[in-house]
Ligand binder design. Structure first.
Ligand code: DC
Length: 243
């Protein structure tokens, strides 16, 4: 039985990364964080002082940039990293996790031709199946034929609090009110942009985890994956005419 492609989309703070990573571990799948690619490219644009409004330069930059995602080391994992991120061979796992890079990534992600370059990379990275990829457009654009699509949601205040806690754990001095605004701004931009906005795919299962923790949410997704697996096996066996 070929392994599934699982797409997990949702807004900032919905728990996508933690849930997707845990689901991948439980199923023995590869975990890929597509947002890390937008963040890495945004970091490079900031480093090279390329204005996020300069679409032509951004597309050139995207085409000339190599971003690689790898599994984190045990120590990185303990400090909350879910994917190791390399930008042109340099590790940027930590450097991309700032509020400044998050905002720049969200703005850069509104540029259609930049998305095309990154989407092609994501499709290549997840081509073999047996993958849990998370982002904003995985079920709608990157893998529209994914066997299981999850749309994760949670109340905006809860999502902002989760993000704030992450900042606190890293020792970042940032007020909760500031994080609430950052999350609201990104939500609005990610949901309302013209190209590949954050929307629930018609065939995605909506999971609201406002009152659920990461483990509970991941267990639910794993149950849905096993159910999907059984359905696919049944369809396959019927098509072969097995008894
Ligand atoms: O998931 P994240 O918060 O690390 O993503 C950072 C930004 O990248 C997010 O605000 C929007 C953009 N993004 C996107 O447009 N499409 C994706 N598949 C993943 C992220």
């Amino acid at each position: 039985m070929p392994k599934l492609t699982i797409a997990i989309d949702g807004p900032a703070g919905s728990g996508k990364s933690s849930v997707a990573r845990l689901v991948a571990q439980l199923l023995g799948y590869l975990y890929l964080d597509s947002g890390a690619m937008y963040r890495a490219l945004a970091l490079k644009a900031l480093q090279e002082s390329i204005a996020i409004e300069d679409q032509e330069q951004l597309v050139k930059l995207a085409k000339n940039t190599h971003i690689e995602l790898q599994s984190p080391t045990a120590e990185q994992e303990r400090s909350g990293a879910k994917n190791r991120v390399f930008l042109d061979g340099w590790e940027v796992t930590q450097a991309i996790r700032t509020a400044e890079v998050a905002q720049a990534a969200s703005r850069l992600a509104t540029v259609g031709p930049v998305r095309e370059v990154l989407v092609a990379e994501q499709q290549r990275a997840g081509a073999g199946g047996g993958v849990v990829m998370e982002g904003r457009d995985i079920g709608t654009v990157v893998f529209p034929k994914a066997e299981l699509k999850i749309f994760l949601e949670a109340a905006p205040q809860v999502r902002a609090e989760r993000r704030w806690k992450e900042h606190q754990e890293k020792g970042d001095k940032i007020a909760l009110a500031e994080v609430v605004i950052e999350v609201q701004e990104r939500d609005l931009r990610d949901r309302e942009r013209k190209v590949s906005p954050l929307v629930r795919a018609g065939d995605a299962v909506l999971v609201d985890n406002t009152a659920m923790d990461i483990e509970e949410t991941a267990r639910l997704v794993v149950m849905l994956a096993r159910e999907r697996d059984r359905e696919l096996a049944k369809t396959l066996s019927e098509a072969r005419g097995d008894a």
